[in-house]
Ligand binder design. Structure first.
Ligand code: PMP
Length: 355
């Protein structure tokens, strides 16, 4: 017979808030603007690369992902030894926290930010320390002020999920200069490719002469490979070695490795799609503002509407218009930038809802 007390698990596991993924779209007529996915299907060259791998599904993938690592090293201009691949950047996030923090330690991040941070911190047995956003942006002074001798890792999500806001070079450099060198700073740049403001620094430039800085990127968003689960960290050898030690063996599948290589080689085609999404982001932001919404400047592939108690009602109105958006309790709604017709419907729905 099953006994609810056994097997013994950590007592707080049942009270942990769950990661709330965007729900799958119920049918093809619904546009899913709830998971910051790329609305465009994979390029033919990427599908071809995946198909070539299918005859090898009985074999384990290359555990060192040599071809992808070499391509990425050349693309980013970093030593191959500074790259660690993982099952999406969220997989690497887990390994970073596991490598840096445990019971008695603190992991520091802004809130609201990517909701995996508190869950992963909990799983490592460490404590989350959350510093409220100020005007929807990272409050870097407050974050620096919250560092204690127990702080082991700080996440800076740039641009921030779910607000889309980004920190600029001078403020981020000042912050990094203030953080003690024993604390690992993780620049989560899952949405980096959508940044079109030159004042927003490229983490790969910032990490170079800072051994306590690591950068996270993903193939899930701009590269449109969310299903394949492939992301990576750029980090100095001490951190990279710790990440490899924590990694899940064979975590990145053969089709994922091949698709990522093909995507890097199709960089120009993908960049056009990213440019289209960035243009749509400007159109959506402007349309929402003209309709009367307050929309923080987003540099990612989504926008944030702080609707407070009206969050659920707005979400329902979108659903009635066959649009899935991502509500956050009674805080607000995050809406991913979709294809133009979905964005049109969003703008119309949002304008009608305010009337
Ligand atoms: N970081 C941030 C800020 C994200 O928003 C996401 C995806 N929602 C991830 C990391 C993880 O992406 P993935 O695991 O697909 O690479």
């Amino acid at each position: 017979m099953s006994d609810p007390a056994f097997p013994r698990l950590r007592a707080d596991v049942s009270t942990l808030p769950r990661y709330v993924p965007g729900r799958p779209a119920p049918d093809a007529l619904v546009d899913k603007l709830s998971s910051n996915e790329n609305p465009y299907p994979p390029l033919p060259s990427v599908i071809h690369a995946i198909e070539e791998e299918l005859g090898r599904l009985n074999r384990y993938p290359d555990p060192a992902a040599r071809e992808l690592t070499a391509e990425l090293a050349a693309f980013l201009g970093v030593p191959a030894g500074h790259l660690v691949l993982g099952t999406g950047s969220v997989g690497i996030t887990q390994h970073l926290v596991a490598a840096a923090a445990g019971p008695g330690d603190e992991v520091l991040f802004a809130w609201r930010s990517f909701e995996a941070y508190p869950l992963i911190t909990w799983a490592a047995g460490a404590a989350s320390v959350q510093v409220p956003l100020r005007e929807e942006r990272h409050d870097l002074d407050a974050l620096a002020g919250a560092v204690t001798d127990r702080t082991r890792l700080i996440f800076i999500c740039n641009p921030n999920n779910p607000t889309g806001t980004a920190v600029r070079r001078a403020e981020l450099e000042r912050f990094l200069d203030r953080v003690p060198r024993e604390v690992l700073v993780v620049l989560d740049e899952a949405y980096r490719e959508f940044v079109d403001d030159p004042e927003v620094p490229d983490g790969v430039e910032l990490y170079r002469d800072r051994p306590n800085v690591a950068v996270l990127r993903t193939f899930s968003k701009a590269y449109g490979l969310a299903t394949l689960r492939v992301g990576f960290a750029v980090a100095h050898p001490r951190v990279a070695a710790a990440l490899r030690a924590c990694a899940v063996p064979f975590g990145v599948s053969g089709p994922a490795q091949a698709a990522a290589v093909a995507s890097l080689r199709a960089g120009d085609e993908l960049a056009e799609r990213v440019a289209d999404l960035v243009a749509e982001r400007a159109r959506v932001t402007q349309g929402l503002r003209e309709a009367g919404y307050t929309v923080p400047e987003s540099l990612a592939n989504f926008v944030w509407l702080r609707l407070g108690a009206r969050t659920a009602d707005f979400t329902d109105a979108c659903e009635a218009a066959r649009l899935m958006v991502r509500p956050y309790g009674e805080e607000g709604v995050r809406v991913s930038i979709g294809a133009p017709d979905a964005n049109d419907r969003l703008l119309k729905t949002a304008a009608d809802w305010l009337r």
